[in-house]
Design a protein around this ligand. Sequence first.
Ligand SMILES: [Fe+2]
Length: 499
Amino acid sequence: MRKKLSKISSDYKILVLDDEEGIINSIKVILNRSGYHCDGYCDPLEAVEKIKENDFDMLILDYIMTPINGDEVVAKIREFNKDLYILLLTGHKDLAPPLETIKALDIQGYCEKGDRFDQLLLLIESGIKSISQMRTIKQFKDGLNKILQAVPKIYQLHPIGIILEEILEGLMPLVNSKNAFILIDDIITSEDKVIFKGVGEYDIPAKSLIEMLSPYLMEQIGKSRETNEVINLDYGIIFPLLNELNKSMGVIYIESNNFNEGRKLIEIYSKQAASSISNAFLHSLINMKKEELDKTYKELKNRYMDTIEALRLTVDAKDIYTRGHSDRVSYYAMKLGQSFNLPDEQIELLKIGGIFHDIGKIGTADDILFKTDKLDYSEYEQIKQHPLKGAYILSAISMFKEVVPIVKYHHERIDGKGYPDGLKGDEIPFLARILTVADAFDAMTSDRKYRSKLNLEEAINQFKTYSGTQFDPKVVDKLILILQDYETISTELASTYNI
Ligand SMILES: [Fe+2]
């Protein structure tokens, strides 16, 4: 606590002016003890010069001095410095300047010299509080001015890359940071244009950024985009960029652990930045042909899929027992989807959902993931986070938004005893119910560290037992139907995925 106080105190510089050196020394001792940085002068004219040259926050001065008195000293200072906080010391009450003078010179307080300095210390402390509040207000005011200056620039209709540059240029003076980036869904530009812009360490090509992000940061970016909330990390902060319909367009990430009042400013600024981006998109969309849009969308999707695929392989590679699991789940989910005659787009969602359903395990500690003994309560709770984490990772870019519910709810149960939300029956999205069955079937028919695989008949019996409680009976029926030709399925699976 003491350390914290002295850290705060040392941010403030105090000048003590008194023609008696003994008084200066006594005050210095007291102030140093409280952690304040303090200089002392006996000559009023020298003190005025020092205040001109340096950034002092507070002046404590004697009233009766030579060659000029305290009120004259203050009058000189006020000619060039209106902000300095001034406390006047008087030898005796009767020797104090008239109240009008104190007011006119904007002297914030005065007290009588005494043997003890309790009263002075109290005045200094309340003075420091005022200075600190004034600093905050000033910082905020300056920041708002900077925003006002930057905003017209970011609203000009430049190509999106330039707008992002302008946004970052306007942003950096508001924060105590050199490293930041903007990541947005690029739905308009062609492949060689940016979907993100970074400064400092993040001044790199788009594809390198995605490699540079830790899975944890990706998860948090996704979370910010899903919840529309500002997310504070130990080393940075994520601000969501929302369009006029309150839908996420992307995020601004700033690396810093010291935002103070800057945070509110960035929130204001982010809103402006978001609408300028949204404007730019709108204008570009009007001028763009549909084929170009489709092409761009596909390219971007592929780029992000490549990244997640790399992450997914990391999850798979961690555990030899589950290697190939997500490919097989993806395959079974598609087979089930086809048996319901679902449209191609939904089959595609099942394919992607299957591949990425356990992507959230990337954030789970290896010793929990690979534990062969029974998991304790808190370990199990951690494992149970993976559908949600996976959903967040996929939410980092909006093009996967339809896959998100499949991943998020693949551990729900028809009877409501699943996780993360305990949804029941039809509350669980149908594609998620399909994925649950595909996931369970592959788990049952694969060896695990803690048990051997079931044969086909045993697996089917398990599904029959848990149909209507754990699994959707309609999906179980289709599975059993499909499995009548298990041999073809196994051959097809082996030739498609080489597993
Ligand atoms: Fe899972």
